[in-house]
Unconditional design. Sequence first.
Length: 300
Amino acid sequence: MHRFKKTVLIAAGLTLQYPLMAQATENGFLAYPLGVDTIVNGVVPTPGQTWIQSYSTFYAASSFKDSNGNDLIPGFDANVTVNTTRVFHTWDFQLDQFTVSSAVVLPVIGTDIDTAFSDSDNFALGDVTITPIFLGWSNTQKNFFANAAIDFFVPTKSEVSNDVFSIAPHVSMTFFPTSKLEFSTTIGTEFHLKNQDTDYKSGAVFFADWAINYRAFETLPQLAIGLQGYVAKQFTDDKIGGATVGDGFRQQVAAIGPQIVYSVGNKGGGFALKWQHEFAAENRTEGNKFWFQFQIPIGN
């Protein structure tokens, strides 16, 4: 990752006096994994229950866009593979009408990033995500579910680490207007502390995952077909040494794609396949993301 930062710098034609001028919010990759929450986002485990969640992701991008959406880096090609385990537990007590849950996420990341100037391959443990408290709620009809939480992203300082401490407060909601139709979203904002090694501070970013899932087949109610995606928009400038980087180097991106979800049992188990195609990217990579994810419930 550190070698890649230098590659981006050289490709943008900048001087070594400003080692992260071309970085754009940690090379355009947020700490929050865009597109992860596209299935019953608002639902949490029942009290006393634990979900073991596994996410395998492959991301491929052949361009790094500038502020006008044009290719910035000649010969840019990135392939990123992530295998993530998340342990998500709801405690066996409530705060008034709210359930209380906690989660921890451990990602293992492999990167293969090439440009016309150099190449970089890395494999290591990524930044750890700790979410001490989710407050979950549902209405009496049990067709609307919501939860609110703050994710804390702790840098591992590995070769694939973002190298900065980040926090992301977010709210997730799921609505079932019918037993077959689901609308879900996760909306949040990510903030970053300054990278003390480089004096670089990435700007704050709004993000949203969304999904529409439909159980179309009476004979196969476990199967849902969906349309899903995400958006991200940086709304404060990147800064180095307290000075704004260029025009602010604010990133943005949107993505859309299909997904297939298959439920197993009646306690929250299942698996999903999905694809997300990115577009309208600025100051970050633009590519395609593929997911295979499954969930194993323990208890209740």
